[in-house]
Design a protein around this ligand. Structure first.
Ligand SMILES: [Mg+2]
Length: 256
């Protein structure tokens, strides 16, 4: 019996809402990853969650039972850290300690709130510690002409008790205060999909995700096949730019 997985040699797989919810694996997801790897499929995990470093994400996936190496994880935080370091100068970060570590690892100095006025760049990545002091420090940096970057624009991320505010919600506050729009690096921007595709090194590639506005739109614009994970067949299929090539109820739908 042929399966959807047969049509592709490599997959760019979203994490939140596809492999796990919070850090609880979704039913069948880890077994499906193991099956895909046994079939020789290439896999890169691509997440817009900027709170954790790549190694930490890979370690957590291994903890769930998936044989994942650090190089197969791409986060919006890492990609944004590389982009902001390439811009040059120091960075004031609104984000987690792990995001700050990614920025330093990319080669850019990170300055604290007290020195934010001297920063050449601001990087916004959602984290639970966001507060008025961070917003004020971003104002000081922005007022002195700092470039404004963001890891992504997702308004929320899925959790077992419902959606939680994500980078986009925090970024809206920063953009409003500064009166200008950030350069966003994560999905659906084409560049991060290109990085993921190049890392796979195969031709027949599909993007798998649960968000039409990031996973599907971004995959389409990057010229890749798209597979939407959408639980509930009664839900309407997204239209236009958001319309996927395939819909599966869960990751296991790839191999069944
Ligand atoms: Mg997702």
């Amino acid at each position: 019996m042929s399966t959807l997985a047969d049509e592709f040699d490599g997959f760019i797989i979203d994490l939140d809402g596809v492999v796990h919810l919070g850090w609880t694996p979704l039913p069948g997801a880890i077994d499906t990853l193991t099956t895909l790897m046994a079939l020789g499929k290439r896999i890169v995990f691509l997440t817009n969650d900027p709170r954790y470093g790549r190694a930490a994400v890979a370690a957590r996936l291994r903890g769930l039972g998936a044989a994942v190496d650090d190089d197969s994880v791409i986060t919006s935080g890492w990609a944004a850290a590389v982009a902001v370091a390439a811009a040059g100068g120091s960075v004031y970060v609104i984000g987690s300690d792990e995001l700050c570590a990614e920025v330093r690892a990319a080669g850019a100095p990170v300055v604290g709130a007290a020195d934010a006025g001297r920063a050449e760049n601001i990087l916004v990545g959602g984290h639970s510690g966001f507060d008025y002091a961070e917003l004020t420090a971003a104002c000081r940096a922005g007022d002195n002409g700092a470039r404004l970057f963001a890891t992504n624009r997702d308004a929320t991320f899925p959790m077992p008790d419902g959606p939680w505010p994500a980078t986009g919600a925090i970024l809206a506050a920063v953009e409003t205060a500064l009166g200008r729009r950030a350069i966003s690096i994560g999905k659906p921007e084409t560049g991060i999909f290109t990085i993921a595709r190049d890392r796979l090194g195969v031709d027949r590639v599909a993007v798998i995700g649960d968000r039409p506005d990031t996973d599907i739109v971004g995959g389409r614009r990057a010229g890749l096949a798209t597979i939407l994970v959408q639980d509930g067949s009664a839900l309407p299929l997204p239209a236009g730019d958001h319309r996927p090539d395939h819909v599966i109820p869960d990751l296991a739908g790839l191999v069944s």
